[in-house]
Every structure is written in structure tokens, then in C-alpha cells.
Write a protein that binds this ligand. Structure first.
Ligand SMILES: Nc1nc2c(ncn2[C@@H]2O[C@H](COP(=O)(O)OP(=O)(O)OP(=O)(O)O)[C@@H](O)[C@H]2O)c(=O)[nH]1
Ligand SMILES: [Mg+2]
Length: 331
């Protein structure tokens, strides 16, 4: 895809991502403007979410899969939603050793997730990073997350396809995967289908097929697929891409993405309200704790402060409006 001029090189993309991830107020305003400008140039990538338990083989799969795609002349961006500080700050940076070739591939871009952010924060910015990658012309965007329920939902909600990697332990591991997560999957890929693990991986494929058969499909009329790969031997990698392409062609993408945008919008509304409430309430909370204000009255004041136009509270608003705002503290 053709990149927009201002994101043509990696350095400018990296800078834009840093801006988007920044929590500073002025950066936030700047990144909003940037994203608004870029919005018409987004939406062109195949967005794929990849999830699975620690050690299942995500990084190794992304390395093999990414190289397969770049080998076909496609460009690939990789982001991670890391819900915990499990790997400390570095996140997939350390994984670059597992994705060594891909990270050196000129047609690939691997971005470690920012450290120390909450899930809400990470996924909120990862969505925006995904848009940046699209404006930068990437053909495929992979969003990786380690499985902990909440993060999988967030990733499934920003991608066209959600791929669940499962270990060849099969039935036993099936217990460990939450039903809700299985229901998100468009494709279940059993990893490590090689050597001694080959028979186990075959059984696992059958187990997952049986389990999925009992579940309601995510997209009506489009049953999720189960297959096995060996990222180390390259077995099944090309087929995985073919399956994803087929699945994606069967999905009403316009509708899916519109629904995702709606949910994203509402979650932003909720998060912004939450943040505004927290800001307004901070001082009053102490007053409540000290017994200087009633919880209900303080809560009402917080809401009124948020709902009433700001200038009502400014000293020169006039008309005695200031008095209309109740003051619940008595210090
Ligand atoms: N035999 C075999 N081993 C594999 C394969 N893919 C990954 N592994 C091994 O499984 C282990 C974990 O692989 P990773 O790719 O790091 O797994 P991950 O899911 O990224 O792990 P975390 O980042 O810790 O969540 C490594 O020792 C890999 O070498 C495979 O196709 N075959
Ligand atoms: Mg990894």
C-alpha cells in the first residue's frame, strides 16, 4: 500500500507512535490532530490478532509467519498488547531475539509495547498505532497478546481475525483456555507440530475441533478452523495465511469494523468520564475520609462540576452562579 508522505520512513513512523503513546496533554492534542489527518489513509491493512498462553510459540510463529508474508512482497507491522508487566518494560523487545530475522527484515516493523500502562491504556494506544501503521502503508498488521482474558477481548476487538495459538497438549490444555476466549477465535492453530510432538498435535487438532463444534460461531455461518503448524520447520505456515485470507473474505468487514469503532468510541467515552471523575473527585475524597464532607453530597458535587459548563464556576461568570454550585466541604 502507498504510505502517506509523512510516515514514509521508519523513523517518522516510530516518532508518530511515540507521540501517540505519550500521556502528556500537549502530545495527546498533537496526536489527535495527526490521527484525524491520517484517518482517510487508514483501514487498508489485514488486521490479525494473535494470542496464546506463555510459551505456546507466539513469537516463533510470528517470526515464521511474518517472513512468509514479507517473502510474498507484503509489509508487516507487529504490535503487542501486554496486559501485565510480566516481562518488565522491554516486552517484545526481548523477543526480538525470537524474531531475529523478521526484526531485520526491511519490510517488517516490530514495535515493543509501552511499559507500565494499564490494559485500557495499552489497547487504547495500540488501536491508534495500528492506524498509524496503516497510514504508513503496511499490508498486514499483527497484534500479539499473551492470554489473560481481558487482553484477548481487546485484541479481538481491534482486528479482522483473531487467531488463538494452542499447545499440542490438546485436551489437557483445553481446560486452561477460557470458553470466552475460544469463542473469539476465527482460527485455532496448534503449534509445535513436529518431532515427538507431532502425534500430540494431531490429537489436539481433533480435540479443538470437537470443542469448537459445540460453540456458537463468532460469525454466523462461518465456522472457525483448526489446524496445526510447526513454526520451526515451516509446516502449515503458508496454509495458515491461506486460511486467514479465506476466512476474512467470508466476513462482512465493513460491518465488523463499524461495530468495533462504535465499541471503541463508547469505551473512550467511559474512560474519559472515568478520568475526569477521578480528577474532580481527588480533593473531595480526602474531605470525605476526614469526615469533613458527606459521601453522597461530595459525589453529587463531583457530578455537578462535570455536568455544569465550566465557566459557571469561574469567578467572573457573574449572575451569582457561583453560589448555585453547592459546596459540600466544610473545612
Ligand atoms: N518443537 C517446536 N518448538 C517450538 C515451536 N515454536 C516454538 N517453539 C518453542 O517453544 C518455546 C516458546 O516459544 P516462544 O515463541 O517464545 O513462545 P511465546 O508464546 O512467544 O512465549 P511468551 O513470549 O513467553 O509468551 C521456545 O523454546 C521455542 O523454541 C515449534 O514450531 N516447534
Ligand atoms: Mg513471545
Amino acid at each position: 500500500m502507498t504510505p502517506v508522505n509523512e510516515l514514509k520512513d521508519r523513523r517518522s513512523l516510530a516518532r508518530a507512535i511515540t507521540l501517540v503513546e505519550s500521556t502528556r496533554d500537549d502530545d495527546r492534542r498533537q496526536s489527535e490532530k495527526l490521527l484525524e489527518r491520517l484517518l482517510p489513509h487508514t483501514g487498508g491493512a489485514v488486521r490479525i490478532g494473535i494470542s496464546g498462553a506463555p510459551g505456546v510459540g507466539k513469537s516463533t510463529f510470528i517470526e515464521a509467519f511474518g517472513l512468509h508474508l514479507t517473502g510474498q512482497g507484503k509489509s508487516v507491522a507487529v504490535f503487542a498488547v501486554d496486559p501485565s508487566s510480566r516481562r518488565g518494560g522491554g516486552s517484545i523487545l526481548g523477543d526480538k531475539t525470537r524474531m531475529e530475522k523478521l526484526s531485520r527484515d526491511p519490510n517488517a516493523y516490530i514495535r515493543p509495547s509501552p511499559a507500565g500502562t494499564t490494559l485500557g491504556g495499552v489497547s487504547r494506544r495500540t488501536r491508534e498505532c495500528l492506524l498509524l501503521a496503516e497510514a504508513a502503508g503496511f499490508d498486514v498488521v499483527l497484534v500479539e497478546t499473551v492470554g489473560v482474558g481481558q487482553s484477548e477481548t481487546a485484541v479481538a476487538d481491534m482486528t479482522d481475525l483473531f487467531v488463538l495459538l494452542a499447545s499440542p497438549g490438546g485436551g489437557d490444555d483445553l481446560q486452561g483456555i477460557k470458553r470466552g476466549v475460544m469463542e473469539l477465535a476465527d482460527l485455532v492453530i496448534v503449534t509445535k507440530a513436529d518431532g515427538d510432538l507431532l502425534p500430540a498435535s494431531r490429537r489436539a487438532v481433533a480435540d479443538y475441533r470437537a470443542a469448537l463444534h459445540l460453540m456458537r460461531p463468532k460469525h454466523p455461518g462461518l465456522a472457525p478452523k483448526v489446524m496445526a503448524v510447526s513454526s520451526l520447520e515451516g509446516f502449515g505456515i503458508a496454509l495458515a495465511w491461506d486460511e486467514m485470507t479465506k476466512m476474512r473474505a467470508g466476513i462482512d468487514l465493513g460491518r465488523l469494523r463499524a461495530e468495533q469503532s462504535r465499541r471503541w468510541f463508547w469505551s473512550e467515552v467511559q474512560m474519559l468520564i472515568g478520568e475526569a471523575v477521578a480528577r474532580e473527585a481527588a480533593g473531595l475524597e480526602d474531605a470525605v475520609a476526614r469526615g469533613a464532607a458527606l459521601p453522597y453530597a461530595a459525589a453529587r458535587e463531583v457530578v455537578e462540576r462535570l455536568v455544569l459548563p465550566r465557566d459557571v464556576f469561574s469567578p467572573d461568570a457573574g449572575e451569582g452562579d457561583r453560589d448555585a454550585a453547592p459546596s459540600v466541604t466544610r473545612d
